[in-house]
Structure formats: structure tokens, C-alpha cells
Design a protein around this ligand. Structure first.
Ligand code: FES
Ligand code: FES
Length: 215
């Protein structure tokens, strides 16, 4: 028989109706389809037959460049960037939105890249560290991180730099307490944060866009 399935539709890529075993043949008849084992003596009913969506075509704009990728629908943005766009500056740590290693800029704001599927970022301007080589503020931050010993293994550093850039642009008056609060979403297992905070403070004090050059 065919049942209506209002939770599925065009947006999910799954038809709003699907063939299922008749409810009379299932335990709990009338309560809808169930995956429970069949009653003793009865044959197992065929599984629900929804067409599997195994590939998505996604159009991402990263650092001003168009990328058309084909990936599993569940592929999150960080994996899409690293594995399909070849942009490996974005790191992946927890994949739970906790560590901040995957932080990228989306429409000018820092955002986790591990929490949503790449499809959700179609039509948005994504920026990764690869696109900031010539960015004066990023150059100033990288130099300050080096000068202040703000990294050891460097795993957290790409996400830290994206967040630091946001702090400098958005909070020019930030004091140490505010910097530490803003950094709360980026975890570093190596440095103890002191060097990172000092680096950001230095850039807040000294950064003048016209004094920094890419070369
Ligand atoms: S990898 Fe995204 S927050 Fe940790
Ligand atoms: S430098 Fe190693 S995690 Fe931050």
C-alpha cells in the first residue's frame, strides 16, 4: 500500500509517499509502520523502500572562487573544504562544535565548519586562511603569533587566526578579559593562551592597515 509521509518531500529529495508493508501485516496494526520483529510464525515484512540519496551537487564560493563538488549529502563544510576543494588550512578536531579548529569566515563572520552540511553554505561567501595570504590584518596577526609564541603544534592556529581577526575588526577596544572571553570557543592544548592573548593585544595596539604589506 502507499502511505502519505508529511515529514518527507521535495526538500529532502524523498517522495512524500512510499510503498510500505500493509499495517495489517505488522505488529501494532493501525499505529503506522514499525521495524519491530514480526510476531512468532509470521514472515518478516519487507523494509521500507525509500530511494537512497547518495550524492549531492554543491556549489560553494570559497575565497572568491566557485567550487562545484559532488559529495555525500551529510558531508559537512570542513570536509568539503579539505577533501573536495583541496583547502586544508581549515582543521578538524572534535567535529562537535567545541574546539573551534574548523572556524572559517562565512559572510564575514566566524563560523564552525563542522556542524552543518556543505549544502547549507550555498550562496554564502566562505573565506579560509588560504584566501587571506595578502590580507594585511592576517599578515599582522601571523607575525604577532610568531613573535609572541602563540602557537606550538599549530593545530588550533587556523581557527585562532580567524577568530583573532574577528576580534580585532569588531572589538578595537577589547581588553584582556574580553579577548579571553571571545577566545572561549577556540581551544588550544599547547600554549595556555597567554601568547595568543598577547599577540592579539599587540595587533590591537599597533595595527594600521596602511603600514602592513603582503611582501
Ligand atoms: S572541529 Fe569544528 S568545532 Fe571542533
Ligand atoms: S598550538 Fe597546539 S593546540 Fe594550540
Amino acid at each position: 500500500m502507499t502511505i502519505a509521509n508529511p515529514a518527507r518531500g521535495a526538500a529532502s529529495g524523498v517522495p512524500a509517499t512510499a510503498d510500505v508493508a500493509g499495517p495489517a501485516a505488522l505488529p501494532g496494526a493501525g499505529a503506522g509502520p514499525t521495524l519491530a520483529s514480526p510476531a512468532p510464525g509470521r514472515a518478516r515484512q519487507p523494509a521500507l523502500r525509500f530511494p537512497a540519496v547518495t550524492e549531492a551537487r554543491v556549489h560553494l564560493v570559497v575565497n572568491g572562487t566557485d567550487h562545484i563538488i559532488h559529495c555525500e549529502p551529510r558531508t559537512h563544510l570542513a570536509d568539503a573544504l579539505r577533501e573536495h576543494c583541496g583547502l586544508t588550512a581549515t582543521h578538524i578536531g572534535c567535529e562537535h562544535g567545541v574546539c573551534g579548529a574548523c572556524t572559517v569566515e562565512v559572510d564575514g563572520m566566524p563560523q564552525r565548519a563542522c556542524l552543518q552540511s556543505a549544502q547549507r553554505f550555498e550562496g554564502k561567501a566562505i573565506a579560509t586562511l588560504e584566501g587571506m595570504d595578502d590580507d594585511p590584518l592576517n599578515i599582522a596577526l601571523r607575525q604577532a603569533f610568531t613573535d609572541n609564541h602563540a602557537l606550538q603544534c599549530g593545530y588550533c592556529t587556523p581557527g585562532m587566526l580567524i577568530t583573532a581577526r574577528d576580534i580585532v575588526r569588531r572589538l578595537p577596544q577589547a581588553d584582556e578579559a574580553r579577548i579571553r572571553e571571545e577566545l572561549a570557543g577556540n581551544l588550544c592544548r599547547c600554549t595556555g593562551y597567554r601568547g595568543i592573548v598577547h599577540a592579539i593585544q599587540h595587533v590591537l595596539k599597533t595595527y594600521r592597515p596602511e603600514t602592513v604589506h603582503a611582501d
